[in-house]
Write a protein of this length. Structure first.
Length: 90
């Protein structure tokens, strides 16, 4: 029987965001940099949304500072990455 130091349910938000980032990397490799960048911006927006709405016990891995700081920084990075991704020539 596996004894988890941290229960898997506490890592759900982190795993979801990690899968979204992996999808963004796959899109960058298979399609183009713009679609991968937009997907990465979506992953950052998802991280901000999950950090804002979920209780802290489910956000292990997304906890950096205070909730407000994390949400503002993730959302700001999502906007910056989205704008930069749209600047990439097709």
């Amino acid at each position: 029987m596996v004894e988890w130091e941290v229960p898997p349910t506490r890592r759900i938000a982190f795993v979801v965001v990690l899968l979204a980032v992996a999808t963004a990397v796959a899109l960058s490799q298979t399609r183009d940099a713009r679609s991968g960048g937009v997907a990465l911006a979506g992953a950052l927006a998802l991280a901000a949304l999950m950090r804002a709405l979920l209780p802290e016990k489910y956000c292990l891995g997304l906890l950096v500072r205070s909730r407000q700081f994390d949400v503002v920084m993730d959302a700001a990075l999502a906007v910056v990455v989205f704008v930069l991704a749209n600047q990439v020539p097709s």
